[in-house]
Design a protein around this ligand. Sequence first.
Ligand SMILES: Cc1cc2nc3c(=O)[nH]c(=O)nc-3n(C[C@H](O)[C@H](O)[C@H](O)COP(=O)(O)O)c2cc1C
Length: 343
Amino acid sequence: MTPGFYARRLARPGAVLAPMAGYSDAPMRRLSAEQGALWTVSEMISARGLVLGNEGPDLTIGRPYPGEQDRVVQLYGAEPDILAEGARRAVSWFGASAVDLNMGCPVPKIKGKGGACLLLTPEVAYALVSAMRAAVPVDVSAKIRLGYDRVRAVEIAQGLAAAGASLITVHGRTSAQRYTGTADWDAVAQVAAAVPVPVVGSGDVTDLATLRLRQRSGVAAVMVGRGAVGNPWLFAQANGTLDREPGDADRARAALRHTVLNAAWYGERRGLLQMRKVLPRYFAHRPEWREALVGCSTVQDAREALTRLTGTPLAEDAGAGPAGELAGAPFMPSTSGYDESRP
Ligand SMILES: Cc1cc2nc3c(=O)[nH]c(=O)nc-3n(C[C@H](O)[C@H](O)[C@H](O)COP(=O)(O)O)c2cc1C
């Protein structure tokens, strides 16, 4: 692995899958990559947990699926030595193509331990980035918000670039805003115009029209988070390989495939529990189907419900696809501090 990952991927058109604790796991990353995401970012991983905990290369939120490529591992933390060693492990254990520093998590639980608090003490973040940069032979990046409670993203992004960040992602809200209001893409564009490294913009991109609009804002690429849950086709639309909206039959097949991948990755019981928040997102336009979809506790339940609701025949092996390659792994609890019920 060599530096230059971001520059290589940015040579193509498309969108990026956002890091989302509780969502951007191996199954979702795989579906997004298959639809042409430029790269995907893992759920955030505690650098302390990685370095000082009992975790090893099998950690479920870090481990790549077999054959996974173009995957960035995101770390959070606040200590340079720990972040440097965490970055080394992200590369050697998990095969990270690049390592990203979380500077956006607004959850108070990790206050003082990294996340958006670093926006209050950006000089700490600069030290973290340069320590990570010195530790690994791959690109290091950072994902920020516009500021903690006031906008100061230009100054912070300039400092991060000077410290060695090869790319900066900006979520167009302050930490104090959490997820309220709308993302300020003018402020994101100002950052893009002011720093010497590529800037990726994030916030409220849920459909192709919005994506195209944001692609014209001066950013190097657009990142999609919530809008990609139950809608991996957005990546194929973003890179121009799909020019129609998926129908219910496409949705049924993809939803079943996601279910099969989840069952293989987490085990059926846990995997299906996780799917309760995801399956209805494939059919956001059919709120009346929600109850039937959240009631599925086995792959067979999901197959039957999807067949009945959409009228799409889904054979016994439908959805299996290459999923079998996702060998089952013991479930390990997420170390993230995000409140997964929030969005
Ligand atoms: C459930 C959830 C989990 C998230 N987890 C992370 C995370 O682990 N790291 C991070 O940098 N951002 C995280 N974010 C922020 C997203 O990456 C993204 O910047 C934000 O949701 C705005 O983009 P969107 O409107 O496309 O979702 C999370 C957001 C949500 C909704």
